[in-house]
Write a protein that binds this ligand. Sequence first.
Ligand SMILES: [Fe+2]
Length: 350
Amino acid sequence: MERRELLRLLACAGALPLLSRFAPLASAAGTEDWQAQFEAARAPWKIGFATPPGDLPLTRATVRGRFPDAVSGTLFRIGPAGHDLGGERYHHWFDGDGMVHSLAIDGTDVRHQGRYVATPKRVAETRAGRRLYEAFGTVPPGAEPPTSADSINVANTSVLPLQGEVLALWEGGSATRIDARTLDTLGLKTWRADLAGMPFSAHPKVDPDGTIWNFGVSASQGLLALYEIGADGALRRAAVVPVADMPMVHDFAVTERHLVFLMPPLVFDSKRKQAGASFLDAHVWRPELGMRALVVDKQNWEQRQLLTLPAGFLFHVGNAWEEDTPRARGSTSTTCARTTPTRCSRPTAR
Ligand SMILES: [Fe+2]
């Protein structure tokens, strides 16, 4: 792809939010009934949807026995924690404001702390005492149209320790930089000036040599962004690939030589979004598309294959590997990166 074309596509993707602009938003039908039923329900899993009123201070755990010597260091975790605000409860568990946790393990000593990621969205909404913007599966009453993907970034999905910092990851917008020691929010991560605001997904993969691979989906633009980052944390390459009928892609697989994207036929429909649906509800099931598998050569991103598998859906990929096919030994026959115990068809397009 020519650099000029890349920059044009990136500019479009950066300038336009993940969620397209739409008319004033209506509250979801039946919201009050739904919330009343939720609040009245007696279910043990509801504890997972309780909203801590603030950060969780440093606490020492009581440990019986001791950890093996190899279990030492700091474990970082993140997840949605702010599920309700101002009496309005989010409708989907992916919506909540992210809270990053650290568990520092040293012998028999374990110290835990948890802090909300101070995203622009959380800062503005907690100041206002109510939800101002929409989220993945909820359009709160009176929500303002997002001005960019990062205006609704909740930084709640995954973490990536990198060069003394921790990146709090979402998938519709930028990574958020976190101080690994204090868990202070340091701001959005910009890999390169012209990539500001580009989606950076929540499941990057790390090669044995430390190379980090990741992607990002701009649903409204029909673009798949690709990233290669060195072990030193510096961006090596980035590009965007146009994808027709852009589906929801949450995870991907990396083999020795390929990046593999399994693209289920759950496709973003801009008309539904413009009609006021949440981002989740703006997706439609189109089984006629099948499960497309986009296979990208790690060394040359222009070398791409599109395979078609039976329709299906997935969020996560467990593993992937190269089989010792003739191509892997230098022939021209097709190599299939097998991410599930399913069949792999011949390429149908490039
Ligand atoms: Fe995930």
